[in-house]
Design a protein around this ligand. Structure first.
Ligand SMILES: [Zn+2]
Length: 547
C-alpha cells in the first residue's frame, strides 16, 4: 500500500481494477482520496481500513477505473450554450438528408418563435457533400421557408448562411466588400450576396444577432461540462474570445458549481481579447488554480478545412482556383508569437494547410531564437492531421513544438476531405504511428462541441482501429496502441497542460480525477471503445456524474 498522510479519506473506491496509467503500468484494487487528491492506493482490505466515520465508500464491483480524460481543444463556452438554444440540423445526429429537411426543421422553429426574432441553427461541417442536392441552401431557399425571421445557419465553424432579413440586419449588401480574412459570396450574374459567408465575414452576422444572455452562457457552460463528465472527461482546454466566458467561468467556480477543470486559451487575434491586455496584466501560463487556469493564448493562421479555407500551397482538388485563406500575415504572426512567448504565455497556433504549418513553425523558430526559453510547450493546433513531412516533423522536434491533431474530423468527414484535399495529400492522414516514431509529441483535441460532442473514447477508438464513421478503415498502418491513444488524452495531455504533476495518472499525490468504465477498455475490441459506457466520473474526489 502507498499512503501519504494520516487524514481520514473522504472517498474510497474498492474492489475494482484501477489502472494507474503510471509508467510502471501498475493496477490496484482500491484507492483513497482526501482533500481532492489521491492519498493511498493498494489492496481493498488495507485501503478500507483507512476509512473514518464520514468516508464515502464505493464498491466498484470489479469495474475498471482510469484517470479522468482531457480534451485539449474545445470551444465549449461558446458552443455549450449553442447546444442548448440552437436549432439542430446536424446530419450526424438528426434525420437531415436534404435542403428540404433543413427548411422543414427551421420552419417548425419559426412557427414557435415570434416574428422578427432570430433563428440560429447548426448544420454539420461539409454537409453539402452529404445533402441530396450536393450543395448548401442559399438565402432564397431560406427566405422561401422562413420569410419573417432573420435566420442564420452555420455548417461547421467556417461557413454561415443567412437569409435576406438576416443579411439586412447585418447590413450586408451587394456593395459590401469582403472583410480581411473573410468572404461574402456573391451571385456572379447579379452581384447580390448569396447569403453564404466565410470565416471573418461570419462576424458581421454574429454582431447583428443577439444570441444569448450572460445567464444563458453560464447555464450553457455548466450544461456542456456535465456532458463532458458523461464521457469520463475531467479537464478541457477551452478556447474563448471575449471576457464574458472568462468571467462566467470564474463565477461558476466561486459558486462551487464548476463540474470539471478548465484550462482557458484566450484567442488574441480576431477576438475581443488582445494579447496586449493579457501581457499588461502580467498573466502567465498557469495563472489560476487546479480548477480554472490560463493555459496560454490561441491564434488562427488559416481558415478551416471544412469551409475549404485552410491554406495549402496547392489548390483544392474540387476548386482549382482556391488555395484557402491566410488570416494572419507572417509579420503579425511573428510579432504576436514573440510578444506572448517572451511574456511567458504559451501559444497555441491554429494551422491546417501546409502553408499555414510552415508559417506557424517559422513564427515559433523566430521567437525561440530571439528569446530562448525551455519548456515553452507551444502547440500547433491541427498539425498532425496531414502533411507532416519528415522536414516538418524534424522542425517540431528540434523546437519542442507539440502537435494537436483531431482524429474526430477524419472520423466524421474524412471522406469529404479526401474529395476536396485529394488522395495524394492525404496518403498519410493522421499519421500517428509515424509522428510518435519520430518523437513528435501529440495530444488529442476534438474541436467539440459545435461539430460533434466531446468524446475522447470515440477518438481513442478511431486512433486504435482506424475505423471511420463513413465506413473505411483508413490507413491502418498508422494505427497506434491503446496505451498510446489513451496517453493523448491522459499523460501527454497533462504535460500539454503543464499539469503532469497533478493529472494524467492515478498515483498518490495526484488529483483524484477518475472515470469508472462499464468494461475494461483494454479487454474489449478497440472499435467498441467508442460505445464504452462511463458509469461514474469523479473530479477532485467527488462524484460528478453517475450513470
Ligand atoms: Zn478549434
Amino acid at each position: 500500500m502507498k499512503r501519504r498522510n494520516s487524514m481520514h479519506p473522504d472517498l474510497i473506491l474498492y474492489n475494482g481494477k484501477i489502472r494507474s496509467f503510471a509508467a510502471n503500468g501498475s493496477t490496484f484494487e482500491a484507492l483513497a482520496s482526501a482533500g481532492g487528491r489521491i492519498v493511498a492506493t493498494g489492496a481493498s482490505d488495507e485501503i478500507r481500513r483507512l476509512a473514518g466515520r464520514d468516508t464515502e465508500q464505493i464498491d466498484l464491483e470489479g469495474r475498471t477505473a482510469i484517470p479522468g480524460l482531457t480534451d485539449t481543444h474545445v470551444h465549449l463556452a461558446e458552443k455549450g450554450t449553442a447546444e442548448m438554444e440552437f436549432v439542430d440540423c446536424r446530419d450526424f445526429y438528426t434525420e437531415t438528408y436534404s435542403i428540404g429537411d433543413i427548411l422543414q426543421t427551421l420552419a417548425k422553429r419559426a412557427a414557435e418563435t415570434p416574428k422578427g426574432s432570430w433563428i440560429v441553427a447548426h448544420g454539420s461541417p461539409m454537409q453539402d457533400f452529404r445533402l441530396k442536392e450536393k450543395h448548401f441552401p442559399d438565402r432564397h431557399d431560406l427566405d422561401r421557408a422562413i420569410p419573417d425571421h432573420p435566420v442564420s445557419i452555420s455548417f461547421g465553424a467556417h461557413i454561415t448562411i443567412a437569409n435576406t432579413l438576416a443579411l439586412k440586419l447585418a447590413k450586408i449588401t451587394k456593395d459590401s466588400a469582403d472583410p480581411a480574412g473573410g468572404a461574402i459570396r456573391k451571385d456572379p450574374q447579379t452581384g447580390e450576396p448569396t447569403g453564404e459567408l466565410h470565416e471573418r465575414a461570419q462576424l458581421l452576422l454574429r454582431k447583428a444577432a443577439p444570441v444569448f444572455s450572460y445567464l444563458q452562457l453560464k447555464d450553457g457552460i455548466v450544461y456542456a461540462l456535465n456532458q463532458c463528465l458523461e464521457r469520463g472527461v475531467t479537464t478541457v482546454h477551452d478556447i474563448v474570445r471575449s471576457g464574458e466566458p472568462v468571467r462566467a467561468y470564474q463565477e461558476i467556480f466561486k459558486e462551487g458549481k464548476l463540474p470539471a477543470r478548465v484550462s482557458l486559451l484566450p484567442r488574441v487575434i480576431e477576438s475581443f481579447i488582445e494579447s496586449k491586455s493579457l501581457i499588461e496584466l502580467g498573466l502567465i501560463t498557469g495563472f489560476g488554480n487546479e480548477w480554472l487556469r490560463v493555459g496560454g493564448v490561441k491564434m488562427s493562421i488559416d481558415g478551416g478545412i471544412t469551409g475549404r479555407n485552410a491554406c495549402f500551397y496547392d489548390p483544392y482538388e474540387d476548386d482549382e482556383h482556391n488555395c484557402g485563406i491566410i488570416r494572419i500575415e507572417q509579420d503579425e504572426l511573428n510579432e504576436t508569437v514573440l510578444r506572448c512567448h517572451t511574456a511567458g504565455l504559451r501559444c497555441c497556433v491554429h494551422a491546417i494547410g501546409d502553408r499555414a504549418f510552415d508559417m506557424a513553425l517559422g513564427a515559433y523558430e523566430n521567437a525561440i531564437e530571439k528569446s530562448p526559453r525551455k519548456d515553452h510547450r507551444h502547440r500547433i493546433e491541427h498539425m498532425g492531421n496531414w502533411l507532416a513531412s519528415p522536414e516538418r516533423m524534424q522542425r517540431m522536434v528540434r523546437s519542442g513544438i507539440i502537435a494537436i491533431p483531431n482524429i474526430a474530423i477524419g472520423y466524421y468527414v474524412g471522406d469529404a476531405i479526401l474529395d476536396c484535399v485529394g488522395e495524394k495529400r492525404l496518403t498519410k492522414a493522421f499519421p500517428f504511428r509515424t509522428l510518435l516514431k519520430n518523437g513528435v509529441i501529440i495530444a488529442g483535441g476534438s474541436d467539440s462541441p459545435g461539430y460533434w460532442p466531446v468524446d475522447p473514447l470515440r477518438d481513442i477508438a478511431a486512433c486504435v482501429s482506424r475505423r471511420m464513421r463513413w465506413g473505411d478503415v483508413w490507413i491502418p498502418e498508422e494505427r497506434i496502441s491503446l496505451q498510446e491513444a489513451f496517453a493523448m488524452h491522459t499523460t501527454t495531455a497533462a504535460y500539454v497542460g503543464f499539469e503532469e504533476n497533478d493529472k494524467g495518472t492515478l498515483e498518490v499525490g495526484k488529483l483524484a480525477d477518475i472515470a469508472v468504465c462499464a468494461e475494461d477498455p483494454f479487454v474489449i475490441q478497440p472499435e467498441k471503445i467508442k460505445d464504452l459506457k462511463v458509469e461514474m466520473t469523479i473530479v477532485g474526489g467527488e462524484v460528478g456524474y453517475r450513470a
